[in-house]
Design a binder for this molecule. Structure first.
Ligand SMILES: O=C(O)[C@H](O)[C@H](O)COP(=O)(O)O
Ligand SMILES: [Mg+2]
Length: 299
């Protein structure tokens, strides 16, 4: 049973118990470009108390560097080294785990975040934001030349998804021998400032259906995301807490990593998801209405 946090002493105890605080972003710190009330103060309180802050987002639309820009814009203190996105984790997976040969490339369905991180890792790619693929012209297989050097398809959130991109990815996944099928993450929905929208999982779904293949998903809850963090930052899982708004990514990620977990109700998860007859089997250690509740420790 999750412990509901409401009192000042609850938050004080929590802060004293954990040295490393891993923050999900969408639905915890912000929705779209709107900061969640009290998020800024909560982060400042933790930094004042000497806590280590790590940001762990499944949102592959931005690279760590462009996320740093968003943090700066919103007035949130953050360093690039503290930011771990699924675009970064995917690029590291392709270069260091899959060890893609230099003469091979990735076909990308996704936004600039993926492209920037693949470039950082020295991985060649096609597709992505290429205007030739961002078209509503009907796709013609007759005019399509298969690039034999494509050895992986990487699919992430893409607000300009279209039939041409799906068709090209389908060709590579079904015609290039050994072509890997990767997804940055599989979140079904995305908590924008104005409400829920289809998530990255909804972008790769047509390809899963058409190819009857399951992608390797890199982001939370997958261990690949934790490995990516542990490769850069040493932390004691027993003194680490994961804060998230989604049960089947953030909280499951925390459980898989042996971390404590705090669920906030400012994003995806609804009360009916954690209480009552349809409550999820994924149970966080703690629940609080919003990360802004940490302000209770301030006199
Ligand atoms: O569709 C997506 O990619 C997700 O909804 C979104 O990116 C989640 O980001 P996070 O909550 O992990 O920051
Ligand atoms: Mg979230």
């Amino acid at each position: 049973m999750a412990k509901r946090l409401t009192q000042r002493e609850h938050y004080d105890t929590l802060i004293n118990q954990y040295d490393t605080w891993m923050f999900d972003c969408d639905g915890v710190l912000w929705r779209g470009d709107h900061l969640i009330d009290g998020a800024l103060e909560a982060l400042s309180i933790l930094r004042e108390r000497g806590k280590r802050i790590i940001f762990v987002t499944n949102n592959a639309s931005k690279s760590r560097r462009s996320y740093k820009g968003k943090f700066d814009q919103l007035g949130v203190e953050a360093r690039v080294e503290e930011i771990f996105g699924s675009a970064y984790a995917s690029a590291v997976y392709i270069s260091s785990v899959m060890k893609i040969p230099k003469d091979k490339k990735v076909y990308v369905i996704g936004m600039t975040g993926i492209e920037e991180e693949l470039r950082e890792e020295g991985v060649s790619f096609i597709g992505g934001t290429d205007p030739a693929d961002n078209t509503l012209e009907p796709f013609s297989l007759a005019n399509f030349t298969l690039d034999p050097d494509v050895s992986a398809v990487l699919c992430g959130l893409d607000v300009q998804i279209n039939y041409t991109k799906l068709s090209k990815a389908f060709q590579y996944l079904t015609r290039n021998p050994g072509c890997q099928f990767l997804a940055t993450n599989e979140d079904s929905t995305y908590p924008s400032a104005d409400g829920l929208l289809p998530g990255a999982g909804a972008i790769s779904a047509p390809l899963r259906f058409a190819t009857e293949r399951e992608p390797i998903s890199i982001g939370k809850p997958a261990k690949t995301m934790l490995d990516c963090i542990q490769a850069k930052i040493h932390f004691d899982p027993k003194r680490t807490i994961m804060i998230g708004d989604r049960l089947n990514t953030d909280i499951l990620f925390g459980h898989a990593g042996g971390l404590a977990t705090l669920l906030v109700m400012t994003g995806i998860t609804l009360e009916a998801d954690i209480t009552g007859p349809n409550a999820s089997a994924i149970v966080p250690d703690y629940v609080t209405a919003s990360i802004g509740d940490l302000r209770a420790v301030k006199p």
